[in-house]
Write a protein that binds this ligand. Structure first.
Ligand code: 2P0
Length: 355
């Protein structure tokens, strides 16, 4: 092909992840370094994931990006950070069939076009930035023949959105906060792979598909500046909880996993309430779902299902098996009949959440 006419492309897919030990608060805003470790479950890519195609061509005069078919601005610092970090690590690329050779020193002169699609409603407030940024970094790395390992890629994705670093891996993932000031050790590690705890079923109850009022980024900034509970949580509660959660995951101990997951979600929302001015992410329906689960768990004497809520009112419910998932869906349908129109359930994972 003549110069200026060729286009080279790569496509990738990344699922979103749900934190069971929450990330809330940064110690460095520019590098996105957190105040505590966090742990998450990466979902099955068939359900909530981003698919991204990155193209490069000498005929592209600038970097451009489309999200769900609509062009969005790439001028935000976070995309630029990821683009810069991947470009720095780009290697020689050769595509004999197309007769394309790109020397690593030439990548700086080439512009990229990025098209990303979510297979779930972006507006539903279901952690779309985690999947999107992880996918962007991973696919760009593939296109530019970047040789760095998953840990290094997670560190780059982190600079796009904190929670994105955990979506570089499937299964159960820990984001280690790290000690260094340059972020070199603030990376994600896989605790257990996709096949480890196959029986778990995740159900997402969409309480509201409205966009959240307080963004995570500004919400956690306010919490760091004003919440005394956040300091206590980060220094005293989370370190111990992370160890217990790692143990619960390793031994597939659902009782311990469920208690830790619910407690951590509740403490995260307590930190939000402890922020000045207070941040309300959950609503009345969210609270009713918590009561429903707590009553069920108490009546059985041991957790039947775990709940966790992120920066919005939607409930993420984790059942230990299909039997409990089915009972849960029956309860949700009974207490929140569809004509109420304030809650629709979305079941993630036919056989399991993990594939
Ligand atoms: C988490 N959340 O651990 C927590 C729980 C929301 C509640 O990570 O500023 O979108 O891009 O680093 O990653 C949401 O925060 O924030 C989040 P930035 P992000 O999943």
């Amino acid at each position: 092909a003549e110069e200026g006419q060729w286009v080279l492309m790569a496509t990738g897919r990344s699922p979103t992840n749900i934190a069971v030990i929450k990330y809330w608060g940064k110690r460095d805003e520019a590098l996105i370094l957190p105040v505590n470790d966090s742990i998450s479950v990466t979902l099955d890519p068939d359900h909530l994931s981003a698919t991204t195609t990155v193209a490069v061509s000498p005929s592209f005069p600038s970097d451009r990006m489309w999200l769900n078919g609509k062009e969005i601005s790439l001028s935000g610092g976070r995309f630029q950070s990821c683009l810069r970090e991947i470009r720095k690590r780009a290697q020689d690329v050769e595509d004999e069939k197309k007769g394309i050779r790109i020397k690593k020193e030439d990548w700086g002169k080439l512009h990229v076009h990025i098209a990303s699609f979510n297979n779930f409603p972006t507006a539903a407030g279901l952690a779309s930035s985690a999947a999107g940024l992880a996918c962007f970094v991973f696919t760009l790395g593939k296109l530019m023949n970047v040789k760095e390992d998953h840990g290094e890629l997670s560190s780059i994705a982190r600079q796009g959105s904190g929670s994105a670093c955990r979506s570089i891996y499937g299964g159960f993932v820990k984001w280690c906060m790290g000690k260094n000031n340059d972020g070199s050790d603030s990376i994600a590690v896989q605790l257990a792979d996709e096949a480890h705890w196959n029986d778990l079923v995740i159900i997402i109850a969409v309480v509201s598909s409205k966009q959240k009022e307080t963004s995570s980024t500004s919400g956690m900034r306010d919490s760091v500046e004003t919440s005394p509970l956040l300091q206590y949580r980060a220094q005293t509660v989370v370190p111990e909880r992370v160890l217990k959660m790692e143990e619960a995951i390793k031994s597939r101990n659902f009782e311990s996993f469920a208690r830790l997951t619910c407690a951590d979600s509740n403490q995260f929302h307590a930190v939000c309430l402890d922020t000045s001015p207070p941040i309300f992410y959950m609503n009345d329906t969210s609270h009713r779902i918590i009561s429903l689960v707590e009553k069920w768990n108490q009546s059985e004497g041991t957790p039947q299902v775990a709940y966790t809520f992120d920066a919005g009112p939607n409930a993420v419910l984790i059942a230990p098996n299909r039997k409990n998932a089915t009972i849960l869906l029956q309860k949700l349908l009974y207490y929140f009949p569809p004509q109420d129109n304030d809650l629709s359930s979305y079941m993630v994972g036919d056989k399991s959440i993990l594939s």
